[in-house]
Design a protein around this ligand. Structure first.
Ligand SMILES: Cc1ncc(COP(=O)(O)O)c(C=O)c1O
Length: 390
């Protein structure tokens, strides 16, 4: 194993920001009170939560009362879809895109098995949603539309503001899984005009196990987890105080988000240009125009993504072949298949997602190693084919 470790998988999860690490050391002893207790220890923990809520509400331009802390985006997504299905009886149809995260797709499948009619918006090879299909299936029967802000694999961005307006014209509610946008682009919920949005702290340089659900004040909201009066009785369970505190700290970094996005976009574009130049038969997956600034998703012909990933891992580079949640699963990425890529193309996919700690040197080293690894694997493949033909 190479002694130098380079992490290039920030759409899967992010390392802790140095400021977050420092604050954890400072608060480790003092955060322990139960925020529901009224004594000094409880008040201290409650204050940490209050500050985090305030910071996050400013980042998203919404009211602090519209934010509910959860255990992560999977819980936030489940909460919106399942509670609306259970409680809104006069509308029975649901819409999502065909390339949502499994925490939306599988929840939609679940409510479908319980009687909901679910429409899945197809997506083109260029990563664009079929808006004509969307317009046609939207109706007065639609309860909820759930479409992600940005795709975790290709980084492609979707026209959420326009889609939310279209849903509202039919009286339907709109949810966006905004996990991948946070920390990479400006996410102004007021401007997007959605009813609900999901976020995850661990995709934003904060601790795992903390997430957020935005619920617009005027939109229906129902608890998913029943229990104590936490989160104004909208989400029972003692709060993950440290996780929430780290999430809130990151929310103060509006300036860094803008600066880093510009820097990473340049690095990503440099990497893309070099890879396409140096490795024949390689192409970008989805749209290369309308996407997150940190993400590069590629198909490299004749290469098995898993094998390439393992080769790069031995050299110290952490990348992904698709969504991290499906790694270890030999099936090609459902997102790429839904975009119309063949199984062989999808098997050769590689996702590189940059983050705030990546440097230009790291990217140049990665490009060199990727070129060598692909050459090696293609050579082995050619030799193997020759042996096979003999
Ligand atoms: C788009 C998207 N939504 C939801 C999730 C799930 O987030 P969490 O790990 O906080 O449950 C992820 C994580 O991979 C994601 O990329």
């Amino acid at each position: 194993m190479n002694s130098r470790l380079v992490y290039l998988d920030h759409n899967a999860t992010t390392p802790l920001h140095p400021l977050v690490k420092n604050s954890l050391i400072q608060e480790l002893d003092s955060h322990f009170g139960n925020p529901s207790s009224i004594h000094w220890a409880g008040r201290k923990a409650k204050n940490l939560i209050r500050n985090a809520r305030q910071n996050l509400s400013e980042l998203f331009s919404v009211s602090p009362l519209e934010l509910i802390f959860t255990s992560g985006a999977s819980e936030s997504n489940n909460t919106v879809i399942q509670t609306l299905f259970l409680n809104l009886k006069n509308r029975t149809e649901y819409i999502c895109s065909a390339i949502e995260h499994p925490s939306v797709l599988k929840t939609m499948q679940h409510i479908e098995s319980l009687g909901a009619l679910v429409h899945r918006i197809p997506v083109s090879r260029e990563g664009q949603l079929d808006l004509e299909f969307y317009q046609n299936v939207l109706s007065e029967k639609t309860a909820l539309v759930s479409v992600m802000l940005a795709n975790n694999e290709t980084g492609n961005l979707f026209p959420i503001k326009r889609m939310a307006e279209m849903a509202h014209e039919k009286g339907a509610l709109f949810h966006t899984d905004a996990v991948q946008g946070l920390g990479k682009i400006d996410v102004n919920l007021k401007d997007l005009g959605v009813d609900y949005a999901s976020f995850s702290a661990h995709k934003f340089y904060a601790l795992k196990g903390s997430g957020l659900l935005y619920c617009k004040k005027s939109s229906p909201q129902f608890p998913f987890l029943f229990g104590g009066a936490q989160e104004r009785s909208r989400r029972g369970g003692t709060e993950n105080v440290l996780g929430i505190m780290t999430f809130g700290l990151m929310a103060k970094m509006k300036k860094e988000i803008t600066e880093e996005s510009l820097r990473l976009e340049k690095l990503r574009d440099h990497m893309q240009q070099q890879i396409l130049k140096l490795i024949p038969n390689t192409r970008v997956t989805g749209s290369s125009k309308n996407r997150l600034p940190n993400t590069l998703s590629l198909v490299i012909d004749g290469i098995d993504g898993e094998t390439l990933l393992m080769n790069l891992d031995i050299k110290g580079f952490a990348v992904s072949t698709g969504a991290a949640c499906s790694s270890g699963n030999p099936e090609p990425s459902p997102v790429l298949l839904a975009m119309g890529l063949s199984r062989a193309e999808a098997q050769g996919s590689l996702r590189v997602s940059l983050g705030w700690q990546n440097t230009e040197d790291e990217i140049n080293d990665f490009i060199k190693e990727l070129v060598l690894s692909v050459q090696r694997l293609r050579l082995i493949d050619t030799e193997f084919q020759k042996d096979f033909e003999l």
